[in-house]
Structures are given as C-alpha cells and as structure tokens.
Design a protein around this ligand. Structure first.
Ligand SMILES: [Zn+2]
Ligand SMILES: [Zn+2]
Length: 243
C-alpha cells in the first residue's frame, strides 16, 4: 500500500564550514522528529564524515547517506546513496582533488563528531572548494556507484548548475532538480518550466536547526527506503512526490 512520507533530502551538519556548530547528528534528528519528518539525507559539502555517526543513532527517521559535491564548474550537486560504502568511494575520489587548508579558523569550522555529538576531530580539506570533476563526470560517477544525482538549488543565484552553465544541457542525466523554499511553484514553473523533463523536489538546504524542513517533499511510497525514493522519482507504479 502506498502512503505519504515527509522527506528533507538536503541537510548539512557541523562538518560544513558554513553550518551552525549545533548541527550535530542528535540535534538534527531531534529537530527532524519534532517536525514529523520520516526521511532525511545528510549532505555536507564534499565530505561525508558525519553521515555514519548520524546513521548509528537509533531513530524512527530513515537517514540516507549523501554529500553535496562542488563540480569543477562550481555547481553544487547532491548525491544520495543506498548505503555508505559507495558514498565512501565517492568521498575518496572527491578528497583526491581538494587542497588542505592552512587556515586554522576554517579548520575549526569543519567539525567531525561521533554519534554522541562529541568532537572527534576536524577536517583538514578545504571543503568549500571546487573538485576537478565536471558535472557530467560527477553524475556518471554517482550513477556508477549506485546513487542518485540531484541538481542543488537551481533557483539560487550562486553555485547552481543554471548560474554556472546558463542552462542545463540535455546530456546531464540528473535524477531530479532541487528548488529552495524561496521560490513558489507557480513562479518556478514560469522560470524553469523547460526543465520539467526532470522531477522537481524542494529541500531545506538547512545549515541551521531552525531551517530543517523549511523545504521538503512528501513521497508517495510503500515505505521509507532509498529504493522507494528512486521509484518515486521515476513515478513507478503509482508512486510519486508532492512538492
Ligand atoms: Zn549548495
Ligand atoms: Zn547545501
């Protein structure tokens, strides 16, 4: 039987340098629970080191492993995987093209924690820099590893595939386009209607606890799982999503 489940598929933790330090796994899950979310994805910039700690916490919420990668064109792309092994492979590839930081202040803003919200260390890479993967290479790699590739916040004025390329080439095989909560759907239809060939989702892109679920979708699926999300994006067998 198909039911509706609430999902916010773009949430940063304290590992992302621009996110609040209180964006810890336990705080995020507590907030997501209060807001009635069923599924979240953890998507830090160019790193996934706080994903496993979040998944280890016992919760009714399904935590999907993810990452928000910066392509060589400086466009943000969300990757979501069914399991962490593929995500770690992507992380290894992403890390190979990121410089180390010499900025102590930045270092202390990239906090790696454990499932008890205790500080385990700091990420030494410059996580906000661009990788050497262009959008097409990155999407191919995500798909090869079994994941979903979503164009981040296409309505934002920075770091979106639209601002960086001016348009979305047919060759980019995104599984969905993400809009922020800032653009009402009728306006989005006017601005981006030509890209209806992709499914559209909205997510919060939360960097602070109060932003979680400000953008979210309702998935019409059998149960919260990665496979059901994938089928919902395809509209398979009556599944779908409500933005
Ligand atoms: Zn982004
Ligand atoms: Zn983001």
């Amino acid at each position: 039987m198909l039911r509706r489940f609430k999902a916010d598929l773009h949430i940063h933790t304290c590992l992302s340098p621009c996110a609040g330090l209180d964006m810890t796994p336990r705080n995020i899950l507590k907030k997501a629970d209060e807001l009635g979310l069923d599924i979240i994805a953890i998507t830090d910039h160019n790193s996934a080191e706080n994903v496993l700690p979040t998944m280890r916490i016992e919760s009714d919420i399904l935590v999907l492993p993810g990452m928000e990668i910066t392509t060589s064109e400086e466009a943000h792309v969300i990757a979501i995987f069914p399991e962490t092994e593929a995500l770690m492979q992507l992380q290894e590839r992403v890390y190979s093209s990121l410089p180390k930081t010499s900025d102590q202040r930045l270092l202390y803003e990239q906090v790696i924690v454990n499932e008890f919200d205790e500080v385990e260390g700091f990420n030494e890479k410059v996580l906000i820099s661009a990788t050497d993967l262009d959008a097409e290479e990155l999407i191919d790699l995500i798909h090869t590893l079994g994941g979903l590739a979503i164009a981040s916040h296409v309505d934002r004025e920075v770091f979106s595939i639209l601002t960086q390329l001016g348009f979305i080439p047919e060759s980019l095989d995104f599984d969905a386009l993400e809009l922020s909560f800032r653009t009402p759907m009728d306006r989005a239809d006017m601005l981006y209607g030509e890209y209806r060939r992709y499914p559209w989702i909205t997510s919060s892109d939360a960097h602070h606890l109060e932003d979680i679920a400000r953008g979210r979708i309702e998935l019409i699926i059998k149960k919260p799982s990665f496979e059901e999300l994938r089928l919902a994006l395809k509209g398979a067998d009556g599944r779908g999503l409500v933005v």
